[in-house]
Design a protein around this ligand. Structure first.
Ligand SMILES: *Cc1c(COP(=O)(O)O)cnc(C)c1O
Ligand SMILES: [Zn+2]
Length: 414
């Protein structure tokens, strides 16, 4: 049974019933991104704490009743979600917060949080009887879409900017998708994909446009709430590109709050790179969002024109959160720090929020007595080129005991 009540336009607030609209608001056009709204009173009767403690589906599909999907095909899908949430005992000391949890979303099937959205997209495409699914992305939405499409026997056509890291581009090809490597930036890739989707009528997984992408993304917060025994931390920190992830993080908590499952919604810290931070600039100047350069090595958040601005801005505003930006040099340091202290390898955009927490503590935004969860949104093995900037790789060593002794002493290993 479907608990969807309808769709609400994030710009004009108009509401539509199932079947009345396509992917975006007919009054506001492409920018009129919709929110999926549910019959929360009915859902409240079903989604109780007891329901969840008896639910043995340890994947994001455990939230199916509040994801707007039919359940017919979920058993055929790859396992997405229910990623581990670790108490980061070592890293919390380094960052100076009362308690830190790290949610490792790099452990999803294609190695990033995007699997949550792509899973829903592919399921929706299957429900709709589509044969081809298409999207444009900085790399992770693309590789996750290709991954999940392959598993469900759909064809995928994927548009990425030419700078997409080799790990991600390799994934896309390996999963058998048609890769369109656009000679331009993400903006160019997005435009071309849009024209092609209009022309060929493929199922559209473009993050912001398709309201169901947030329905997948929000499951990360639902998991955090459950994993912390219904008492989420004071803050949740996450990096922001298009804004779908952070919008989902807010919606997950907001809906669990509505259902009476959690008492409060965590404050959300939105983190961008100083080389590409349209949201941070807008929050500092009070002016509307302006197009920014895409000048950061954190490719997944190199988004000059965010495609989901309203959901992102609302997530920070309604949660009483904050925006911060961090330089790429701090992002690289955070990669090494997370690896060294917790044994987790995140890609640059995956650890940017950790650099953001450090900065927010320094600025007094996060207080030393507050608790924080951060989401590592992507796996470091996707981008070994930038990973190498966080380490110093040793030269080959002569296989000789004296040389070894000298080397180990120099490294402080003995
Ligand atoms: C996509 C992505 C983000 C940001 O998500 P948006 O929805 O674009 O804001 C952050 N980190 C990683 C690893 C990503 O792939
Ligand atoms: Zn509208």
């Amino acid at each position: 049974m479907s608990y969807i009540k309808g769709y609400r336009c994030t710009i004009c607030g108009a509401e539509f019933k199932e079947g009345e609209v396509g992917l975006t608001c007919p009054h506001c056009g492409e920018k009129g991104i919709l929110d999926v709204i549910y019959d929360y009173d009915e859902l409240k009767k079903v989604l109780t704490k007891e329901y969840f403690s008896n639910n043995r589906n340890y994947s994001m599909w455990r939230y199916a009743p509040i994801m707007g999907i039919k359940e017919d095909h979920i058993d055929e899908m790859l396992r997405v979600g229910w990623t581990p949430l670790y108490h980061a005992r070592n890293l919390e000391k380094e960052l100076g917060v009362a308690k830190l949890y790290v949610k490792d979303d790099g452990l999803n099937p294609s190695g990033s949080s995007k699997d949550r959205a792509s899973g829903v997209a592919v399921l929706k495409a299957v429900e709709a009887g589509a044969k081809v699914i298409a999207c444009s992305s900085t790399g992770n939405a693309a590789s996750s879409c290709a991954c999940q499409a392959a598993h469900m026997g759909l064809k995928a056509v994927i548009f990425v900017p030419k700078r997409a890291p080799i790990g991600k581009a390799t994934q896309i090809c390996l999963y058998g998708a048609t890769l369109v490597k656009v000679d331009g930036d993400y903006k160019a890739a997005f435009q071309l994909s849009k024209a092609a989707i209009d022309k060929y009528g493929w199922y559209n997984r473009n993050a912001a446009i398709n309201p169901f992408m947030v329905e997948g993304k929000k499951t990360v917060s639902m998991e955090i709430a459950e994993q912390l025994n219904w008492e989420p931390t004071d803050w949740v920190a996450v990096s922001v590109g298009d804004g779908c992830t952070v919008g989902g993080v807010y919606k997950g908590f907001m809906e669990f709050h509505k259902l009476g499952l959690i008492k409060r919604i965590p404050k959300i810290l939105g983190v961008q790179s100083t080389g590409c931070c349209p949201f941070v600039i807008s929050s500092e100047t009070g002016e509307p969002l302006k197009e920014a350069d895409e000048n950061t090595l954190a490719d997944s958040i190199a988004v000059g024109i965010p495609r989901n601005p309203i959901k992102a801005l609302n997530a920070i505003k309604f949660s009483n959160g904050a925006w911060v930006s961090v330089p790429d040099s701090d992002i690289i340091k955070a990669m090494g720090l997370l690896g060294r202290t917790e044994g987790i390898f995140g890609e640059p955009a995956g650890v940017a929020a950790i650099a953001g927490i450090k900065k927010a503590v320094e600025l007094g935004i996060i207080k030393p007595n507050e608790t924080v969860t951060t989401i590592v949104t992507g796996n470091g093995l996707k981008d070994p080129v930038n990973g190498q900037k966080a380490v110093s790789m040793p030269d080959p060593l002569e296989p000789n005991m004296d040389k070894l002794d000298e080397y180990l002493r120099q490294k402080g290993a003995i």
